[in-house]
Design a protein around this ligand. Sequence first.
Ligand SMILES: Nc1ncnc2c1ncn2[C@@H]1O[C@H](COP(=O)(O)OP(=O)(O)O)[C@@H](O)[C@H]1O
Ligand SMILES: [Mg+2]
Length: 327
Amino acid sequence: MTPLLAIQDYRLAFDGFDGTAHVLDGIDLQLRAGDTLGVVGESGCGKSVLARSLLRLNPSPPARVVSGQIRFEAEDVLAMPPARLRALRGRRIAMIFQDPASHLNPLLSIGTQMEDAIRGQDGATGRSRPRHAARAHAAALLSAVGLGDAPRLLASHPHQLSGGMRQRVLIAMALAGDPALLVADEPTTALDVTVQAQVLALIAELVRARGLTLMLISHDLGVIAAACARTVVMYAGNIVEDAPTAALLARPLHPYTKGLLAAVPELDRPDIRPRGIPGGIPSLRAPPPGCRFHPRCDRATALCAAEKPALREAIPGRTVACHHAEA
Ligand SMILES: Nc1ncnc2c1ncn2[C@@H]1O[C@H](COP(=O)(O)OP(=O)(O)O)[C@@H](O)[C@H]1O
Ligand SMILES: [Mg+2]
């Protein structure tokens, strides 16, 4: 079976006046239909750039594809002509983002924006539907994301909604094209903790009910554990570990994953302080040679500074990129 999404040795750089940042450094990732994948890693490790790469949304310049391939439903995304790309965006792959407010137009009613999204999707597929039908579809989508009283909501403006409601509206709009893959980039990070849990539960429920494939990006392993069966860990532009979420949490193989888990504060044990990982992520303009994590790694040897470890299967169903991962 061909995977829904296949990324192979994908390298992306950003060219700037002060040098080139090698932001994605050979990403290998496959998603099958129905997968729920979490992508976790510290801020700045390239999660959002990777998500945007799926839809070629990184502005170019400065972004430059150095190598590799991205295939979605067996089509070459990097070579897609503009018309195919428009059909891909929203219709096959939908994306929701961290800050719902900045993805809604403050001047337009929710109804107008949802109808535009729906009719935009129709346009991409050559379908046309009258405004009242688009409005009825908008109301149905709102109810699918747990928002009642559609007539009132459609007439309101973004500022009249809470952050959680705005994110629900954006999720409803993301569903307008009936996508195969939903990419959610820190969808709950800007929300209050209780609302966070509700929006996460909604995403998990929509994924289940609609058979969506999910790529959920978060710096927070707890968020990912709640919604994703599989997790990849990113560090400085590389995938360093790829595993079923439960196995990853029970027994992390990569030293960086271990550090990430140790950094999660134990809420019921305030006497234990999170240990975290000393140091910060390296400059992507002059990344360390070999394994990009080696300067922060307590297991590093000369080999780690000399040779980049490949992502290899350490245990059946689990891959890790480390010369010294315990098998
Ligand atoms: N448009 C851009 N131009 C230049 N550098 C960028 C651009 N977008 C992202 N970057 C850089 O790419 C790196 C990864 O960013 P990002 O993917 O947003 O990290 P994350 O989402 O994991 O926090 C950062 O160093 C960031 O500065
Ligand atoms: Mg990000």
